[in-house]
Design a protein around this ligand. Structure first.
Ligand SMILES: C[S@@+](CC[C@H](N)C(=O)[O-])C[C@H]1O[C@@H](n2cnc3c(N)ncnc32)[C@H](O)[C@@H]1O
Length: 413
């Protein structure tokens, strides 16, 4: 029964305890939260090595156990990722666009079955969790992983990713506009976006900031002032938080505003003022001048509206269902890898990530278990570079080859 007396909850009590002990209460504390469901395997079981053999489908039909850079692998990625771990192979960037668990089967434009996308919920979560745990082992210490997913499985995969990579390594949950308004339904909002979970392995991950070249209008609005050094904008010289050191002291007879501190020491502010880098308003308010530089880019945020999928834009595409936007993949590759990096796509479909890596002069490894996908991959990579077979190999899981050899040989003709 309600008593009308407000009892403080445990969390309120702990906040007041922290305040009393002058601990910063605004830093969230992330405990270990995990997703529970039947059929969840122990990590130690998942990591037990599995050996696998591949048939090289280029010029010979030799057997190999080692996947090399620039290989396209026709296999369930479970076995292929185990092979990468067995040889201690590392990659700097992993992008995966797995089945979204939409409940449908997907067919390519020529009506060939591409892949099925229907799992029980716990079966799906465990399918992904197993592969994500293995992928963590393949990711280099300065690597990043991007998991592209629909709204259906996003909440579950976010928790799974937090469990595996750590909540503090979650860099962004990116919303990507995948199509324009269409398929209006009467009783719900139209679904226009999908999502990308971007995690790094650690704090020191490869990061090359991306952005767009600003328009004249944007520049005029953002950098409205001009002097003999160029166009500039004004920014405060103080920041929130009280400091007891130099940056909390008086500068030119002024203390920082209440609850704030100077961003620079008084000595440095004197130097900046002498160099004309400080702007004084009529009322005596000092601000810092920030000049427009020729390489100024507008940083890309976590809402990506310019990377819609090709089949919504009537431009030439492979016909493989769910083929992703090539410019988006090139941008991800530039952001999170260097020129000596290897990019892995364990659900590579028609090979968009592999083409993006190639276009950006990176090496790649692509894995898919659909014959249809592999067919599109080799067609595309041959188009991208006619002598791909001099550089890259096509591998096929030995068991798959024994079962489907006629079909496989037919796609190579
Ligand atoms: C959404 S599609 C990827 C499309 C790709 N991003 C593109 O641009 O073409 C998902 C792919 O995952 C593949 N796939 C599903 N389960 C797999 C598994 N266990 N191992 C390897 N590939 C798998 C499917 O065959 C399908 O090609």
């Amino acid at each position: 029964m309600a008593t009308g007396v407000i009892q403080s909850t445990d969390s309120e009590k702990s906040i007041s305890a922290m305040l009393k002990s002058k601990q910063p209460y605004f830093i969230p504390r992330y405990e270990n939260v995990s997703l529970n469901y039947i059929s969840k395997n122990l990590e130690s079981e998942i990591l037990k090595p599995i050996d696998n053999t591949y048939i090289v489908l280029n010029n010979s039909r030799e057997e190999t156990c080692k996947i090399l850079n620039n290989d396209i692998v026709f296999s369930d990625n479970l076995f292929a990722i185990h092979s990468l771990i067995n040889y201690n192979q590392k990659v700097d960037l992993i992008y995966l666009d797995p089945p979204y668990n939409t409940g449908f089967d997907f067919f390519s434009k020529d009506n060939n079955h591409a892949y099925s996308d229907s799992f029980d919920l716990s079966e799906y979560i465990e399918f992904m969790r197993i592969r994500l745990i293995l992928l963590r082992e393949v990711l280099s210490d300065n690597g990043s992983i991007y998991v592209h997913i629909g709204h259906q499985m996003l909440p579950y995969l976010k928790v799974v990713m937090d469990e595996i990579f750590g909540i503090s390594n979650c860099r962004n949950i990116i919303t990507r506009k995948k199509c324009s308004s269409k398929n209006y339904t009467k009783n719900q909002f139209p679904n226009l976006n999908d999502f990308i979970l971007f995690y790094s392995k650690n704090n020191n991950f490869i990061w090359n900031p991306q952005g767009t070249v600003p328009s004249e209008d944007w520049i005029k609005k953002e950098y409205p002032k001009i002097d003999d050094k160029g166009q500039y904008k004004l920014v405060p010289i103080h920041a929130p938080g009280i400091r007891n050191g130099e940056t909390g002291k008086e500068w030119k007879g002024m203390l920082p505003p209440k609850g704030k501190h100077w961003q620079y020491t008084p000595e440095k502010l004197d130097e900046m003022d002498k160099n004309g880098e400080i702007y004084w308003s009529k009322t005596g308010n000092p601000r810092r001048k920030v000049y427009l530089t020729p390489d100024k880019k507008i940083p890309l945020g976590d809402y990506w509206h310019d990377f819609r999928d090709a089949h919504h834009q009537s431009i030439k595409i492979t016909g493989y269902p769910t083929e992703k936007n090539l410019s988006m993949l090139e941008m991800i590759v530039r952001s999170s890898s260097n020129s000596d990096s290897v990019v892995l796509d364990p659900f590579c479909g028609s090979g968009t990530t592999l083409i993006a890596a190639k276009n950006e002069q990176r090496q790649f490894i692509g894995i898919d278990q659909s014959l249809n996908a592999i067919k599109h991959c080799i067609q595309r990579l041959e188009v991208a570079q006619s002598n791909i077979f001099n550089q890259a190999r096509l591998l096929c899981d030995k068991d798959v080859y024994e079962y489907f050899s006629i079909d496989i040989e037919s796609i190579l003709r």
